[in-house]
Structure formats: C-alpha cells, structure tokens
Design a protein around this ligand. Structure first.
Ligand code: CA
Length: 220
C-alpha cells in the first residue's frame, strides 16, 4: 500500500515515515503542497496524509484540486488546527478523516487501515477470499487453520492481491503498490516475494498468469 505524506515539519515527517514503513506501507514524502499535487496527479495512492499549513500551496487547496480531478483517494488531514470550524471545513472539502497533532501513531495507523479498507470496498477488517485471510492490524495470514507471519513486503503484496481477489495484477502494478520513490527495485523482487509467500502458505495460494501477472482466487 502506497501512501503520500504531505508534511513540511521534518521531525514529524521523519517520525511518520518510520512508523508507516514499519507498518509495511511504501511512503512518498513531500514537503510542500505544490509538489504534493504533482505527485497526486502522477501516482495512484492508496491513501494521503495531508498537513494543512504547507508552503507553496495550502493543504485545503491540495485537497480541493484532488477532488476536482475526480480522485477518490482517501485523505486524512493531519494538523495542529483543532477548532470545530477547521475540522468541518476539512471534511467538507473532501477529507475522509481528521487527526489533530499531537496524536498517537497507533491511532493514526488504525485510522489509515479504516479508510483504506473502505476505499477497497470492505467494511470488515480482515481480508479473505475463503482460502487465505489476512489481518491488516497484525499482518498475520491464516490458511487451513494455521497462522503465518509475513514480512512487511510479503504482507503488502498479499494485501494488494486480496484486496481484489480474482483480478490479475501486473508486475508494475504490484511494484507501484509496494515500493516508494526512492527505493531500488530488483528486477526479480516480486518473484522473490511471491516465492516467500508460497513457501509459507503453499504453492497454490497465488496463481501466476505467465507474462501477465498474479492473482488470488475469487471467493467461491
Ligand atoms: Ca505544517
């Protein structure tokens, strides 16, 4: 899951990047509103964390432009502005949630999981296709009554596939969801992750359509 973080405070930005990467998100971090709008027009993010007080373009302006472009990407406003009017304005401009600084990182991650599952069309927290299930809160996968712990990237890959069971995701679609801007991607990185997941959960969990991509079965 790839997240755009638009935050001009370096200390907060660095802390959020560390927490998000620990939670298996790929994070692109930009420090001003204009660069944020540019990134949003180039890349499809699973969610956006948006500060309001930003140089070069305000957070509300970034949000207004994003919604005007027709994007439904989930946006959580993360700001020190805590008046009721600020919250109402942020939500009415098209934000999905609103967190006031300082906040607990664990709460931010829970809110992020909530907006992402809604975006993917799920109300229940655990993703499942009836064969394998995945809990975004714990990163545990279950199959045939056993529980498996996945690495951060294995989790991110299986999450991408289980969010759309029955749909084929290409190598580049998977790479876009698992890696951020500054990360080197080895040409066989996706194969390596698939191999790791199959080794734990069994070879038939993920199907490969040669030259096209990978998928997990649709629920029966
Ligand atoms: Ca700021």
């Amino acid at each position: 899951m790839r997240i755009l973080l638009i935050e001009d405070d370096r200390m907060i930005g660095e802390a959020l990047c560390v927490a998000l990467r620990d939670a298996a998100y790929a994070v692109d971090w930009v420090l001003d509103g204009e660069t944020g709008s540019g990134a949003l027009s180039d890349i499809q993010y699973q969610a956006v964390l948006l500060d309001l007080g930003l140089p070069r373009r305000s957070g509300l302006e970034v949000l207004r432009k994003l919604r005007a472009s027709g994007s439904a990407a989930p946006v959580i406003i993360v700001t020190a502005r805590d008046t009721v009017e600020d919250r109402i304005q942020g939500l009415d401009f098209g934000a999905d949630d609103y967190l006031v600084k300082p906040f607990d990182i664990k709460e931010m991650l829970a809110r992020l999981r909530a907006v992402i599952r809604r975006q993917d069309g799920h109300a229940t927290p655990v993703l499942s296709n009836g064969i394998v299930s995945l809990d975004p809160a714990t990163h545990e996968a279950r199959h045939d009554g056993a529980v498996y712990t996945l690495s951060a990237r294995e989790f991110a890959l299986l999450h991408a596939l289980l969010s759309r069971p029955g749909s084929i995701l290409s190598r580049s679609e998977l790479e876009d969801r698992i890696y951020g801007w500054n990360e080197e991607i080895e040409s066989n990185a996706i194969d390596f992750l698939i191999h790791g997941i199959r080794k734990k959960l069994g070879p038939r969990i993920i199907k490969n359509l040669r030259g096209v991509g990978w998928m997990v079965a649709r629920p029966q």
